[in-house]
Ligand binder design. Sequence first.
Ligand code: TTP
Ligand code: CA
Length: 383
Amino acid sequence: MHLDMDAFYASVEQRDNPEYRGKPLVVGAIPGKRGVVATCSYEARKYGVRSAMPIFQARQKCPQGIFIPPRMNRYKEVSDKIMAILREFSPQVEVVSIDEAYLDISDNKRLHGNPEEVAVAIKKNIRDSIQLTCSIGVAPSKFLAKIASDLNKPDGLTIIPPEEVHHFIDTLPIQKVPGVGRKTFQQLELMGIKALGDVKKFPQKMLLDRLGKFGKRLMDLSSGLDHSAVTPYSSHKSVSSERTLSEDTRDKKLLNKYLLKQSEEVARQLRKAEVKAKTIILKLKHADFKSVTRSKTTAVPTQSSKTIYKYAAKLLEDYSLPQKIRLIGVGVSGFKPASIPVQLELFDRVQKRNDNWEKVDRTLENITKKFGRDAIKRATLND
Ligand code: TTP
Ligand code: CA
């Protein structure tokens, strides 16, 4: 499923300010400065106003429009609420931008019904609790779901069932395919390609010669091939916590203290995103501002602060510290959904130890949530 909010910034403004409702509203004007349109209400789109258009041009097209500057914090706040609602429907939510996400709903039939019922329920939930409309596309692959969500905007719901995929592809105007910009479109048009299905008529070599890698992608898409999975957290390829020290230092004991705190913070973020990480990264900035990173891949994907800390501390131990350090940080990358089991027989012992520490983390977090930050602390750094 792909979900995209309708005229997002403008809709939030119309919701918050009843006087803007039903009117051509343009978000993006920065008082006294030149700028471009971030977005505009559907009422303004009737006049030809579009995202990325210079404001002066938007004013020419729509003199009666209301022009306001964006309030990013507000949109982010609303966005977070929307994404939280989506996570109630599926743990597999990939946030692509502030107003757009993919959901893997293949596993939640039991809980929320068939795909259409899930989509309807999500739309209702967002409308009831946030008073905004969205458009949803449901299809057997991400790229088709994305196209589908755009087909009946605003407040749209488009479902492409598996048996209709081939017909849909055969008739899909090629410019609707993500990645086909104006230039590529012109090139494809010259070749006589109007619909995505037309791509199948061309030999692979010709497509590769003319379009490079994208030619291969188009070929795959034209035969319905798109195996990309919904990957939570893909908009952030890494999670990290870092800190500039009040004083430059070479004191490894002190640095380790920071690493432990940061590992806990990183683990907390991983739990929140329901992912585990494979690679632990240590980041150091020297007194002369030169940065170095050191990284190590774990035996099993982890969410445990203890495991993250152990790796980070080892990386620090192995580092020669040629200068004093002014910033230290821990990061992780290489995410896997937390629900995917790892090969147990291979890593049984490591896995078990890691699992136990993850349990400790969750328990600590629950206690902290209930009784406050000072209720419980780790006794020592080292064990
Ligand atoms: P979009 O989803 O592209 O647009 P939209 O939500 O405003 O309208 P639609 O109903 O067609 O989906 O972008 C989401 C937000 O991102 C949009 O509200 C404002 C911002 N944005 C910009 O700041 N600049 C841009 O050029 C675009 C395209 C979007
Ligand atoms: Ca949108």
